[in-house]
Design a binder for this molecule. Structure first.
Ligand SMILES: C[S@@+](CC[C@H](N)C(=O)[O-])C[C@H]1O[C@@H](n2cnc3c(N)ncnc32)[C@H](O)[C@@H]1O
Length: 380
């Protein structure tokens, strides 16, 4: 089980389940990842051991943003009462106290040297006749810095809006208008010091998980301009909007802060965007979500019939690199100095020569688990 070993997976062959057995048998020499979906509250990540997760990528319900009032209030009566009393500051504090239980679990299960990336927006709201900004990101920074994590430079995710009513307040008359929020944060924390790559296997996995030089230049900038994504859920669903982030957000973060074969946790899995990004990047994932109606959406996102569409992201990434190589040659007249043998193209630095992307070949669904098998480009 070469690849199961490389990717830290220990697939159990249940002889009663012939389909699973055949799936594993067909992919015996291939790379596999697993994606576990728990329809359960994330206040207790009981399936997860201490220090077991390499990376957390998530976006919680945003305190004081109205679309999340009901979900937060139904989980905590005091929040419901504070909102009914129009006591904004109290509701805000209680919502964060509630989320802190989940951050506490996130802190417990994250490995030393592991990262936590939280996408969060602040909220503007008039409640009890008082308009104010509820500074969500500051509460989350406070929690993690007080609980053993180092706060690292954050990303501003700018989401421009063209809505005609985007400006709030007194229009062109001074002293009563408010700035429009067109950004959210992606907060980045690390548990303890730098991750250490000791064994040859770990070092090779890190090299294979490299990203391109030109991606580094874009991804490690503190401003990401990425359009929001389709949020509409089907009419049969209990809520209208999913609150999903675009795939590009977890896709970049997973590439930036983890290696192939690592495990990525999303305690607020929603429609499963983090799981799709993990599958695309050759990482395992585990997600928690309280809304059981979303399970079918998650399974639909990572569905065998969508393999070709999902793989388009990898193909587009490779094509973007080829375009970069051409452009660079045209601009400088000098060919790039290094060569990636797996993909058979030039790269800017020696750190990119082992970089290896994988296409998804097969996806297998079980009741709360999705297994993904890959094919590789070139030689490994
Ligand atoms: C902002 S959405 C996440 C969207 C997700 N990133 C995506 O791309 O679809 C937050 C999710 O957290 C879920 N949620 C709220 N409270 C929860 C809890 N206690 N445990 C687990 N999930 C919870 C909500 O149902 C919602 O789907």
């Amino acid at each position: 089980m070469k690849i199961a070993f490389v990717f830290g997976l220990k697939p159990t062959l249940n002889p009663m389940n012939l389909k699973n057995f055949l799936f594993l048998w067909r992919n015996l020499s291939q790379m596999l990842t697993q994606h576990l979906i728990h329809i359960a509250p994330a206040e207790r990540l009981k399936e997860l051991q201490n220090d077991s997760v390499d990376l957390v990528v998530t976006s919680p319900p945003y305190p004081m943003v109205e679309m999340w009032d009901e979900i937060l209030a139904t989980q905590n009566d005091a929040i419901k009462t504070a909102l009914a009393d129009e006591n904004g500051p109290l509701a805000f504090g209680l919502m964060h106290t509630f989320l802190n239980q989940i951050w506490q679990e996130v802190a417990r299960v994250t490995k030393k040297g592991g990262f936590v990336c939280v996408n969060i927006g602040d909220a503007t709201r008039t409640i009890g006749g008082e308009f104010q900004l509820y500074v969500n990101h500051a509460q989350i920074v406070q929690f993690f810095t007080q609980n053993g994590f180092s706060c690292l430079p954050a990303i501003i995710w700018r989401k421009p809006t063209n809505a005609p009513n985007k400006f709030m307040g007194s229009g062109m008359l001074p002293a009563g208008a408010y700035i429009t929020l067109e950004h959210e944060y992606i907060l980045v924390f690390r548990k303890g010091g730098k991750r250490v790559f000791k064994s040859d296997k770990e070092k090779l996995s890190r090299q294979r998980s490299a990203y391109f030089w030109e991606e580094r230049n874009q991804w490690f900038s503190d401003l990401w301009e990425i359009r929001g994504t389709q949020q509409k859920l089907s009419s049969t669903h209990t809520r209208e909007r999913s609150g999903a982030y675009p795939l590009e957000i977890p896709y970049r973060l997973i590439n930036m802060y983890s290696c192939q074969g690592d495990t990525v946790l999303d305690p607020f899995l929603g429609t499963g965007t983090t799981a799709v990004a993990a599958a695309l990047t050759g990482r395992n994932s585990v997600g928690y979500e309280i809304d059981s109606n979303l399970k079918e959406v998650i399974f639909e996102e990572l569905n065998p019939k969508n393999i070709s569409k999902i793989n388009d992201k990898i193909k587009a990434r490779l094509q973007a690199h080829r375009d970069f190589v051409q452009k660079r040659l045209a601009e400088t007249g000098n060919p790039l100095k290094h060569f990636n043998r797996h993909h058979q193209f030039p790269v800017m630095t020696s750190q990119e020569t082992e970089l290896t992307l994988h296409l998804i070949k097969e996806i297998r669904h079980e009741s709360d688990k999705i297994t993904v098998a890959y094919e590789s480009f070139g030689s490994l």
